[in-house]
Design a protein around this ligand. Structure first.
Ligand code: COA
Length: 191
């Protein structure tokens, strides 16, 4: 299948589809504890059928143009992914998200992959607002939002119950004109 290079370190972004169920399950099993610290993603996917069901649900979202799932492969191994959890082309709003297995963290893979997604959403699909939801306690995810140049819009106090703890959830976003301006500054080498 087609792949987008994320740099010169062998990292690639590819569609993550139902036929990847076994590979996706093996990846989730390597990362389960780390991935599930603040989010429920992948927690119910404990066998090939449930893993395929999650991938199929995203294939259906993609067919409906209401979301999509993309895997990150490093040297040919699935190590994480990025997604549009929601995608509302009529309103111009979408929400992006991400996960990695622990061995793939700390290399900028998600920041690079989300940049590809936002470029596409803004340039190809005319999206106006890309959102990012993360628990305040999830420092690495908040740092991704900050690194992408997003602005913190709000804190939804104690709004997510996860593993018996109520978490504050931060809403971050970037608007299309902000994204384009930051990209132009970066290409000029400005700060
Ligand atoms: C959220 C999560 C994906 C962040 O992973 P991450 O590796 O910190 O994020 P990135 O892939 O963007 O990498 C950034 C790190 O790589 C470093 N890095 C190296 N090369 C880089 C590059 N070219 N570009 C950007 N960052 C780079 C950065 O300095 C940063 O490291 P630091 O935090 O130690 O400073 C990860 O913690 C995770 O999967 N958590 C579990 C699932 C989850 O909570 N998902 C988010 C739901 S809201």
């Amino acid at each position: 299948m087609y792949a987008i290079s994320l740099g010169d370190d062998g990292a690639e972004l590819r569609p993550l589809e139902p036929w990847h169920a076994e590979e996706f399950l093996a990846h989730l099993d390597r990362g389960r504890e780390f991935i599930g610290q603040y989010i429920g993603f992948g927690a119910r996917e404990t066998d090939v059928d449930s893993a395929r069901a999650l991938l199929t649900s995203y294939a259906e979202k993609r067919a409906a143009d209401s979301g999509s799932l993309h895997g990150i492969w490093l040297d040919g191994k699935l190590v994480g992914g990025v997604l549009f959890r929601t995608f509302d082309a009529a309103q111009g709003n979408c929400e992006a998200g991400c996960w990695l297995e622990p061995a793939a963290a700390g290399r900028g893979l998600v920041t690079r992959a989300i940049t590809v997604l936002i470029d596409w959403a803004v340039d190809e699909r005319g999206m106006h607002r890309v959102e990012w939801y993360a628990a305040t306690a999830n420092g690495p995810s908040i740092n991704v939002a900050r690194r992408l140049g997003m602005t913190r819009d709000a804190v939804l106090r104690e709004s997510r119950l996860h593993r018996g703890v109520r978490h504050d959830i931060e809403v971050w976003s970037v608007l299309a004109p902000e994204w384009r301006a930051a990209r132009a500054r970066a290409s000029r080498g400005d700060h």
